[in-house]
Write a new protein. Structure first.
Length: 177
């Protein structure tokens, strides 16, 4: 699994919006943001204005759970339907190695152009790449809800996001222990 932040935008704009509530300039707003980021009930709504684009490659079983998050998250994916039949399937296409017999069978089905069988027999560890657009508020919600999940990919996701965002201090209260 890989998680790479492509781009972040909107931090200064989020602080400008936050400053409107205080009728002050933005110079004090990082301190105010530091007091509000962990408060619910609309106090931390400025986090929705900090946009994040992620480039992620993860197994299908992870995406099934990730798709639970629909608010503040938009995804564009590598289409299995359009790509699975175009090249040989190898262990590089999976989170963990699959048995040689599985690869042989899948590649035989690809050679026979039996798309339905390939899709039906494709192991859940098959990696799919997606570009995910979200914001700090949604990332905080996802990480807080999944930080103790038994699936190791959630821990990898949380650790990577928190360690690579431009403002990790806005995740300080929900770091995994």
């Amino acid at each position: 699994m890989t998680v790479t932040i492509i781009k972040e935008a909107g931090y200064d704009e989020a602080l400008l919006g936050l400053s409107l509530s205080y009728n002050q300039g933005t110079e004090r707003m990082p301190v105010v943001a530091g007091k509000l980021y962990s408060k619910e009930g609309g106090h931390n709504k400025f986090l929705e204005s900090i946009a994040v684009w992620l480039d992620m490659s993860a197994p299908r079983y992870f995406w099934q759970q990730f798709d639970t998050y629909r608010i503040g998250v938009t995804k564009q994916s590598e289409s299995t339907m359009h790509t699975i039949m175009k090249s040989k399937i190898t262990n590089d296409n999976f989170e963990k190695p699959v048995p040689a017999e599985t690869l042989e069978r899948l590649n035989r089905l690809v050679a026979e152009k039996d798309f339905d069988s390939v899709k039906n027999e494709l192991p859940e560890g098959f990696l799919q790449r997606r570009i995910v657009f979200t914001n700090y508020m949604a990332l905080r919600r996802i990480i807080a809800q999944r930080k103790t999940h038994k699936l190791r990919e959630w821990h990898m996701f949380a650790d990577k996001v928190i360690s690579t965002v431009a403002h990790p201090e806005l995740f300080e209260d929900i770091k995994r222990s």
